[in-house]
Design a protein around this ligand. Sequence first.
Ligand code: ASP
Ligand code: MG
Length: 237
Amino acid sequence: MKVLKFGGTSVGSAKVIQQVQAIVQQQAKQEKVIVVVSAMSGTTDVLLNAGDLAAKGNEDYKNFIQQIEQRHLEAVKVLMPVQNQSSILSLIKKHCNEIEDLCKGIFLLQELSGRTKDKLVSYGELMSSQMIAAAFNANGLPTTWKDSRELIKTNSNFTNAQVIFSQTNTNIATFVEGVATDVILLPGFIASDDNNINTTLGRGGSDYTAAIVAAAVNAGSVEIWTDVSGMMTADPR
Ligand code: ASP
Ligand code: MG
């Protein structure tokens, strides 16, 4: 078993998501693959900006949500044939309606807590992972999608939660054992606490999700795929 993680830039457009599928498809011929993905590049920041604006009583937050919705809907339209699109399109619309409702709440209260931030940013990873799983399935790569919040348990230190490994390891191992498809796809970054309230593992936390999952299933390897080659000692950009 192998864990592959693709970051925001690697899932930032339909074109690169197709490249991701080619990589996963190739690897899944040899062994079971667990794929962890981030939100489409920039989505987390846009969601946080929307929340900040709403908390300041600025209705421009709506434009940001619109932008996120558009981007996902457009990607879906490139990624799969029309007859496969309807359920994922409505799922994305449902998530974006929830983001609107959440931001409306933030706007009315003019308050943005860590707990609410975690709920808000979770939609980025949820939408990217559900969209990519739908694309894989529509394009001949049977894939099981799972909500990482049901597997990775943390304390309630919102925006930077600590993992409770005893529960998390058992949840992941038990789940993975019961999956029949060669590919499992999980959203990175998001988790939940004892009360099933949404938490996150800290910015950039999808790499950590991949490591947590790999350790729990005793994977042969974990690969962090990114958009630049080599091993960098500084930001290559
Ligand atoms: N989407 C999250 C972030 O931007 C997690 C990640 O990309 O690893 O921080
Ligand atoms: Mg990263």
